[in-house]
Design a protein around this ligand. Structure first.
Ligand code: ATP
Ligand code: MG
Length: 248
């Protein structure tokens, strides 16, 4: 089993979208996939076709069978769950006390899945810390713009801090999302990201594609809604890269 955390310094870069769609592509390749939403915004349920009235999830139930749902798209899914503010504070405090809470929970069900994908909130939070401690690999989602690029050193340092001394951590890779098909600036930032010798980069970029937000409006992964579009094809490549790099 491999645990992959999708993380970013800046919000709105596409972590939740890519989590759902990489999960979809892995499912299509007959991998057993679990998605866990670690973001209190609880938005992953819109991507994976969850009943909007359901309140159960990670924060209330933890990693137990009561929190694991079957997505209509074939993977399994633990939403963050709907919680009141007081409950959220309690949950966050619990996570602070037990830095390996998530890692231990996933370990207890590790024989059931080939891949566990972790969707996280942006920036340094207790949820990011839990995700990094549990993950074997981190995908740092970055846009090819200057603001997103500027957040890379900080998130890189956090991952290094949380994974120090971990022999089972395979490393972090930067993944460019929403690459514009035209304009020079996007290409310049992409080239800067690729030419940084100190950082590893996923060798495929995911293009900006309006089908992605159209699919979300219908609460379906773009891979399912429009499998032939540019972003869907890019995501297929990224998924093959993930599987190949796991096998190596
Ligand atoms: N490749 C893409 N092409 C076009 N739009 C995209 C692409 N990827 C993501 N988006 C759009 O960008 C917006 C933000 O995506 P998403 O919610 O997945 O980001 P996020 O990183 O999870 O945000 P947050 O930090 O708030 O959790 C959404 O409207 C989504 O449809
Ligand atoms: Mg998100």
């Amino acid at each position: 089993m491999q645990i992959i955390a999708l993380i970013s310094g800046k919000g709105g870069v596409g972590k939740s979208t890519l989590t759902a769609n990489i999960a979809m592509a892995l499912t299509q390749r007959e991998k057993r996939v679990l998605v866990i939403d670690l973001d209190p915004q609880n938005t992953q349920r819109h991507h994976l076709g969850m009943d909007p009235d359901e309140i159960a999830g990670l924060a209330r139930e933890g990693i137990t069978s009561h929190a694991i749902f079957d997505s209509p798209f074939g993977m399994q899914f633990i939403p963050f769950g709907r919680v009141q503010e007081g409950e959220l504070d309690e949950f966050a405090a619990e996570l602070k006390k037990h830095p390996t809470w998530l890692a231990d929970g996933i370990e207890s069900i590790s024989d059931k899945f080939d891949f566990v994908l972790l969707d996280t909130p942006p920036g340094p939070t207790v949820y990011l810390q839990q995700a990094i401690r549990a993950a074997h690999r981190a995908l740092v989602i970055v846009l090819s713009d200057a603001a997103s690029y500027a957040t890379l050193p900080k998130i890189t340092a956090l991952v290094e801090q949380y994974t120090e001394g971990r022999k089972d951590f395979l490393g972090m890779h930067r993944l460019i999302n929403q690459m514009p098909t035209r304009g020079r600036l996007g290409h310049q930032v992409r080239d800067a990201i690729f030419s940084n010798a100190d950082a590893q980069v996923v060798p495929v970029v995911i293009h900006k594609d309006e089908r992605v937000s159209q699919a979300l409006a219908f609460e379906r992964p773009v891979l399912e809604y429009y499998p032939g579009c540019k972003a869907s094809l890019d995501i297929q490549y990224v998924t093959d890269w993930i599987i190949e790099s796991e096998e190596q």
